[in-house]
Design a binder for this molecule. Structure first.
Ligand SMILES: [Zn+2]
Length: 278
C-alpha cells in the first residue's frame, strides 16, 4: 500500500449512558468524542467524516428532531468544528477536495455544509436508507436529513462503484475492500450492523503503520478488546444485532492477532486522548 499521512481531529463530543454502548459499561453518562480523520492523500487533503458541527443545533431545533439532542446532548462550537481546526494544518475548508462518509448518522455528517465544493464519497445503500421513510423513521435510525446538502447527488460517488481489491493479509479476518482513489492508498471496508451501508477505511500512515478507521463498528477500543457489544436495544434500533456482533467479533479477532494495527473507533475516548497527546 502507498503511504499517506493521517491526523485525527476531535469535532465536539456528546454525553451518553455508557451501558447503552458496551456490555459491562456503567449506568452513567460518559463523554463520547466525535473524531474526524484528515488524510493527506497525494491528490489533496481528504476528510473521513466531519464529527459534530453547530449545524446540528439548527437541524435539531424542531420536533421530533429535538429528541436526538436530548438523547445524546453534544458540545460543539464554531471554533471546535472540523473546518475551524484545519487551520492547525495550514488548511482551509476550501482545500478539502473530498469528504468520505462512513455512514449518515448526524454526528458524522453534521459538518458537510462547511465543504460546499468537496466531492462526497459514501455508500449508495447508506444514502438510500437515510432518505427512506418519513422523518420519524429516519430519526429513529439516527439520521437528520437537514444535514444532507441539497446538491449531494451532483457531488456524490459511491463505494459500491469502486474497484474491489483484497486487503493486506495483516487485516485478517477482514478480506474485502474497494480502492477509493484507484492508487491503493485508501481502502474502504464494509462494516455491517451499526447502520445501513457503513464503511470504514484502511490506510498506511507515513510511518508505515496500518490504520483502521472503524467508524461506529465499536464505540470504544475497550469494546473491541473485550468483544463486548452494546445491548440488543441499541443495535436493533440502529441496524442489525447479529451483523453488528459479527463485525465486532472480527475487529476483536484482528486486535488479538495483530496489535500493530491502530484501530480507531470514531467515538473512542481512549484514542482521542492518545491523539491529543501526540
Ligand atoms: Zn453511528
Amino acid at each position: 500500500m502507498r503511504h499517506c499521512d493521517i491526523h485525527f481531529i476531535q469535532a465536539g463530543f456528546c454525553r451518553h449512558c455508557e451501558a447503552m454502548t458496551r456490555r459491562g459499561g456503567q449506568w452513567r453518562s460518559v463523554i463520547f468524542p466525535a473524531l474526524a480523520g484528515l488524510i493527506l492523500h497525494q491528490s489533496g487533503p481528504v476528510l473521513f467524516d466531519t464529527g459534530y458541527d453547530p449545524a446540528f443545533f439548527t437541524a435539531t431545533a424542531p420536533f421530533p428532531q429535538r429528541l436526538y439532542r436530548w438523547l445524546t446532548p453534544p458540545e460543539i462550537t464554531p471554533q471546535t468544528s472540523v473546518g475551524a481546526q484545519l487551520a492547525r494544518y495550514n488548511l482551509r475548508p476550501d482545500d478539502i477536495r473530498c469528504v468520505i462518509i462512513s455512514h449518515f448518522h448526524a454526528d458524522h455528517i453534521a459538518g458537510l455544509g462547511q465543504f460546499p465544493n468537496a466531492r462526497l464519497i459514501c455508500s449508495r445503500r447508506g444514502l438510500q436508507s437515510a432518505r427512506q421513510g418519513h422523518a420519524w423513521a429516519a430519526l429513529r435510525r439516527g439520521v437528520l436529513r437537514a444535514l444532507i446538502p441539497p446538491d449531494f447527488d451532483q457531488r456524490a460517488s459511491f463505494f459500491e462503484d469502486f474497484a474491489p481489491t483484497a486487503l493486506p493479509k495483516d487485516l485478517a479476518p477482514f478480506t474485502d475492500a474497494v480502492d477509493v482513489f484507484g492508487d491503493g492508498a485508501v481502502l474502504a471496508v464494509p462494516l455491517a450492523g451499526h447502520a445501513d451501508g457503513q464503511f470504514g477505511l484502511v490506510l498506511r500512515g507515513q510511518s508505515g503503520q496500518l490504520n483502521f478507521l472503524a467508524a461506529d463498528a465499536a464505540w470504544s477500543s475497550r469494546a473491541i478488546r473485550d468483544n463486548a457489544p452494546p445491548p440488543r436495544l441499541t443495535t436493533a434500533l440502529l441496524g442489525g444485532t447479529q451483523s453488528y456482533r459479527t463485525t465486532l467479533g472480527q475487529l476483536h479477532d484482528l486486535r488479538m492477532r495483530n496489535r500493530e494495527i491502530l484501530i480507531t473507533p470514531s467515538h473512542c475516548q481512549e484514542r482521542a486522548l492518545e491523539e491529543a497527546g501526540r
